[in-house]
Ligand binder design. Structure first.
Ligand SMILES: [Zn+2]
Length: 260
């Protein structure tokens, strides 16, 4: 347990860091050509992850009464084009993962929510096709370079990390690319919840809605106080209740400047 907690702390510290990487544009660099990158995780709330022990169902459903959110300095404007690399996809979801990931993007692009709020957001999270390019997320949670292409795919991540997103943005805060890596070693996934869901089995759509909200500029809210929002740091196994946005997630998207 000690080792895993240390890992979480290290990952959290990394997630808070803003790292300047070489600009994608060759030649003289102006402030507007600088590229920044931030990585953010979603964690598994399994039984030996004490830091997130409160991650199971809240006693009261606050999905639509809790408007808490946290935002970063970047935003998606217009259309976010993303590609899918299915290499290493777990067999259980290999044929259905793309549809689940696409649904997650649509949820964030339109603002689809659990609270009857207008789905009038004008961003589009557009699937651009398959790609053999790798997500620029290393297994040690380093964001590696910037190829200007947003790729979602599968690979190894540190213990407790379900998925990790690296978002590249310019000095104006506009997202240039955002890559997501989903664990295919430690955790198992479903896209349709099995009747007797148990064990370390996680909902891919919920996880990717969370990751796409990172792409949109959202950060984490309090695990316990905002347990019904999609942007809690960790997810519980078998939970599908947060595929769509809660009131806080929705308010965060508005505040991040997604709505034009
Ligand atoms: Zn996260």
């Amino acid at each position: 347990m000690r080792r895993s907690q240390a890992t979480v702390v290290a990952a959290a510290a990394l997630a808070a860091a803003v790292v300047l990487v070489p600009g994608a544009v060759p030649g003289p660099t102006t402030a507007e050509e600088q590229v920044f990158v931030v990585g953010q995780a979603i964690y598994a709330a399994d039984e030996d992850n004490a830091q997130f022990a409160g991650a199971t169902a809240p006693t009261e459903d606050t999905a639509c009464t809790d408007s808490s959110y946290a935002i970063k300095t970047w935003r998606v404007t217009g259309t976010y084009n993303w590609f899918y690399n299915g290499e290493g996809a777990p067999p259980a979801v290999a044929s259905t993962a793309l549809a689940a990931i696409t649904a997650s993007g649509d949820t964030v692009g339109k603002g689809a929510n659990r609270c009857g709020l207008a789905t009038s957001f004008t961003t589009a999270y557009k699937y651009g096709g398959t790609s053999t390019a790798k997500p620029q997320v290393a297994s040690d949670l380093t964001c590696t370079g910037n190829d200007g292409k947003s790729v979602t795919g599968w690979g190894a991540l540190p213990p407790k990390v379900l998925a990790y997103t690296c978002t590249f943005f310019n000095a104006k805060g506009v997202v240039i690319a955002s890559d997501a890596l989903i664990d295919n070693v430690v955790y198992t996934w479903f896209t349709a919840k099995p009747a007797n869901c148990a064990g370390q089995l996680y909902d891919l759509e919920t996880t990717m809605t969370h990751e796409r909200l990172h792409t949109a500029g959202l950060a984490h809210v309090d695990q316990v106080r905002s347990a019904s929002q999609t942007m809690t740091p960790s997810s519980a196994p078998c939970d599908t209740s947060r595929r769509l946005l809660g009131a806080g997630d929705y308010a965060g998207l508005k505040a991040a400047g997604t709505v034009r």
